[in-house]
Design a protein around this ligand. Structure first.
Ligand code: NAD
Length: 261
């Protein structure tokens, strides 16, 4: 499906981003990775995605997405090393949980910078090339928290609502071109970022991890099961595939029924 296409997936050394990068490479795209991690984790991700591309290791940018200059540099490197940038997936994200009146200011600013503002800088840098070549896909990994709120997540919920707003605005601006911009809004997906929240919840409520998962973390996810990384990756692949050109400015839920309630 993606033969001849090029893609940059931010935050792709782990979790959802790695799953999307892997599936894109398997579908024939040349993919640049980005994200933090131990050197061996980054090497493993590069080798795994590289193998699907038929090379020893996938291209990689170590850009820190909290720094606008590094976001711009990352997009430039992708364009240079891949020859073009057809697909931009803004996926990198972090989480911090605290009541708003106790929320550390530096954590709030970091979440807004990484989860939201980096999307703007990456889109701004990538769009001129897409317009010049007459095709493009921008996919922003928002969240169910881009559509509804939960307590103690003021920064994350604000950032993800902003991502949905940015997605809609860009979509309208590119609507007459063969470029689309959409957001994916997952519920709880089985990744290190989300799984790390189960243990503390179990401790806090004095229950088993299974009870903490179903009754506390997935309290609003009626399916009572994790969404799998591969399911989110399939949605991200669909948005680049044939017949997807009419889907623009959408905030697509994949949340086991959470936001239907
Ligand atoms: P993860 O922790 O497994 O991966 C996050 C990735 O972002 C990693 O590669 C990490 O190195 C990278 N990253 C973090 N800070 C960075 C920075 N400053 N610069 C560059 N890279 C940075 O998390 P995940 O669960 O796969 O989350 C991916 C995205 O999906 C996030 O935007 C998250 O908000 C969103 N999301 C996750 C879930 C879930 O339940 N896991 C649900 C909805 C939305």
């Amino acid at each position: 499906i993606l033969s001849g296409r090029t893609a940059l997936v931010t935050g792709s050394t782990s979790g959802i981003g790695l799953g999307i990068a892997r599936l894109y490479a398997q579908a024939g795209a040349r993919v640049m990775l980005n994200g933090f991690g131990k050197p061996e984790e980054i090497a493993r991700a590069r080798a795994e995605v590289g193998a699907a591309m038929g090379v020893a290791e996938a291209p990689y940018s170590a850009a820190d997405l909290s720094k606008p200059e590094q976001v711009r540099q990352m997009v430039k490197e992708a364009q240079e090393q891949l020859g073009s940038l057809d697909i931009l997936v803004n996926n990198a994200g972090i989480q911090f949980v605290a009541p708003v009146d106790e929320f550390p200011e530096d954590r709030f600013d970091a979440i807004i910078a990484i989860n939201f503002t980096s999307n703007f800088h990456a889109i701004k840098a990538a769009l001129p090339g897409m317009k010049a070549r007459g095709w493009g896909r921008i996919i922003n990994i928002a969240s169910a928290h881009g559509l509804v709120a939960s307590p103690n997540k003021s920064a994350y919920v604000s950032a993800k609502h902003a991502v949905v707003g940015l997605t809609k605005t860009v979509a309208i601006e590119v609507a007459k071109t063969p470029i689309t911009c959409n957001a994916i809004c997952p519920g709880f997906v089985r990744t290190p970022l989300a799984e790390a929240q189960v243990g503390p919840l179990a401790k806090q409520h004095g229950v088993s991890e299974q009870v903490a998962l179903e009754d506390y973390l997935l309290v609003h996810q009626p399916s009572k099961r994790w969404i799998e990384v591969e399911e989110v990756a399939q949605m991200a692949l669909y948005l680049c595939g044939p017949g997807s050109g009419g889907v623009n400015g959408a905030a697509l839920s994949i949340d086991g029924g959470w936001t239907a309630g």
